[in-house]
Ligand binder design. Sequence first.
Ligand SMILES: [Zn+2]
Length: 157
Amino acid sequence: MPHTAPIAVAAPAPVLPVRWQPDRTMPSPKWPLPGMPQALLRGFKGACPSCGKSHIFNGYLRVVKECTNCGAPLGSIRADDVPPYATIFVVGHIVVPLMLVLEKTEAPPLWVHTVLWVPLTLVLTLGLLRPIKGAVVGLMFQLGMLGAQPESLGGDA
Ligand SMILES: [Zn+2]
């Protein structure tokens, strides 16, 4: 019976779990990033929320693709239904209480209500929709909510 020496086998090196670490270094954008109140105010005034030196709209509600001054990609911000929703909210809270107060105090005929509230509602809605959309774009810009480019979504705004 030949004697067999035990073969020394090196134990495999323990495999330590490699924990994935996210890249926490944020690349600084090429455009200025103001604070939230300033971005909201600039957007409300219809100016670029980033630099405040160019227009945010090139139509009534169409947002420019890029700021002509600082190059901020404003066209990639998808405000969607937030501006109309906020406008309805604001205008409703102005018109409905006035309507109720008038009805409670004076109880005018129906045509008076129609003549008063329909034009007021139209003027307020059309007047506030654009500044509110600008403020929403400013809000989304400040929060870094730059979506996909409009071309990839098939949109034109
Ligand atoms: Zn700009």
